[in-house]
Each structure stands twice: as C-alpha cells, then as structure tokens.
Write a protein of this length. Sequence first.
Length: 393
Amino acid sequence: MISISASTPTHATAARATVRTLAPNGTSLAIEWEDGHTSTFHNIWLRDNCSCDSCGDHSGGARFYELNMMSDDLSLSTATVADGLIQLTWNSDGHVTHYDTDWLRSHCLSATERTSRRHQPILWDNSLEGNVPEVDYMLAQTDDAEKLKMFDAVRTYGICLLRNVPATKEETKKVAEMVGHIRETHYGDIFEIISTPNPTLVANQPVPLRPHTDENWRNTLVGIMIFHTIRASEDGGGASVMTDGFKLAEELKRIDPDAYDLLSKVPIPHRRFIHDVGLRAETPVIQHDYFGNISEFRLNERTMGPLDLPHDLIEPTYAALKKLYDISYDPQFHMTHLLGSGEALVFDNARVLHARTGFNGNRHVRLTHVDVDEFHSRWRQLRRRLNGDINLI
C-alpha cells in the first residue's frame, strides 16, 4: 500500500513568512523573505486585494471597492511590517491596507512559487496493483487526518480504496456524503449494478467491460465516482480494472505527439438516447488547464457518436483514437482489484478509467457520483484546518 502524503505545498514555515526587507519602488513592492526568496507585487494588485471593512472581501463576495474607484496614483507613502502584518499606506487618499505575511507569501507571483502551487498528480500504471492508496472508512468518520488521506489520495493518484465500509445499502449514501454532495443524474442518486435477465444497460450484464470514463455525453462530467460493494461475485469475477487516463495521454504523447495534439483539439461526440433521455456533448479527449497540464481525460468507445469534423480530419482522428484505444487496452496500464464486500472505491472520473472482468456470480455494486467542486472545497478546508495551507489550486 502506498503511504499517502501531501503533494501540495504546506503552510509557510517561519522563514518563508518572515519579512527581511520591504522595498517600494513606485509601481510595486518588493519583499525579501528570511529564506532568501523575493516576491514582487504590483501596487494595483495590492490595492485591489485590500480586504478591510470599507473595501470588502473578494473571497466572501462582499466586495465594495471597485477598480474604477482607484486613483491613477497608486504609489505608497509607507510600507512597514510588525507582528506578522504588513501595513501599507496609499499616497492618494491615505487609505491603509494590512496583509498577513503568510497570506502574501502564499500568493507570491514568482514563476517558482506559482509552479509550486499547481496540482502535481502522480501518474501510475500496473505497478499500482497491490499498492492502491487506502483509508479506514470507519476511522475517517471521526478522524479528520484519516479523512484527509482519502482526499489527498484522490487528488494525487485519482483513486483511493476505502476499507471497513459496512456492506449495507444505507451506507452508500453516507460514504458519498463524506466526500461531497451527491450529484443526481437520470439514473437517480444511486445506481444499482446487479446482473439481471435481459438488461437494458451493459453495466448490468455479467460481461467484461473495457476501460472507459463514464457519462461523456455530459458537458460537465460527473466528477468523483464511488463504487460500494454490497456483495462480491462468488466466483471471484467482476474485478475492477482501473487505468490512469493521464498516464495514457502521456504515453500517447511519447509515441505520437501529433496524435496527442489532435485529440487535444478536435471535439469527440458522445451521446445517450434511451427512454426519455437525450444527452449529447462534444469535447476533446484530452483537455488542459492554463498552465498546459492535463485537466480532464474522456474516453469511451461504447458511447462515442459519429464524428462531425471537416473531411480532412476524419481519418487522422480515427487513427489517433485507434492508437489511444490500443494503449488504454494494454494490461501494462491496468491496476486490477477485486472489491470485496464492505469495500468502496473512490476515484476521479475526469482522470481514471474503470473496467471490469466478467463474472458468473450474484454481484451487487452500488454506484454514486459526487460533485467535484464540493470535493475540492472540502479538501481545501481540511488542508487549511489541519496543515494551515493557503491558496491551494
């Protein structure tokens, strides 16, 4: 089992948050810290982020001071520091702004500090098998440190195994509520995966499934997924096969950069038209954030609709998709775990693909989804409360 540790920067140390010198230079303020690092903040940034009672606080939405109220003269008359607080006095109107040194250091705009704040996922392949990050569910109910291990694992690896979960239907919702708010879909708030005669959905057939992300026909993906096993198949089948989509994308980029670039740009359609449901979304397989890092990965050959692209992109897109599907089906990228009764798997559907082996027994798994924004909100609050972390992206 992997030891779960934080992959994000921790609370500023004394040296990081201790000011050595303050140097106003007309349009900005340079702060030299005790650890030798220098942060430079533009005066307009410092004035805009003043959160005194008269200006109001951006983070709470109670902002009263507006950009068009600023004077053209944004020079400082004084800049002092005492007891962990920096006090700035503005020339134009004598307004006084205070900043906590921890807060300012955590918002440093230097390239190195901005890089350190970024999400830094750890990618994996089949070497994760037998080493899946795991957490004691019952302990996490009362121990925030244990609960944070789960959040950190999903943030870092995209996946976490919960042990010691009661194998009852009532517990599924409790597991989800520990992670975030349940996101209801046209399947309801909880979907029962039980083998049944002549099922409408392939999920309820006792057949093996290829690696895929779920519900790609939604513009906003269902975020965090939870598989809660009520009853494992008696024959030892129905094992979960998990794959790191970010790792698959990395491998595609290594062997065919042009295919990677194409699947980062062209929209791939996915559809769900059953009963009274008509869902459709078209997004690239690989999506990136502002920094160029992968932020979302969508892949599901079973739900992909007809490509709707210019004529000259059809064949190259199929070739790129075929190459990526081949990678995703390669066992070297698969982590297999047979979920036992009383276990739950929590994973990020925007990163981790899931599959399963075939089975012949009476298997019962309950699936639910949790809103990804609430998941990250709870993670940030736990990190701040337990570690003092500020400004986690």
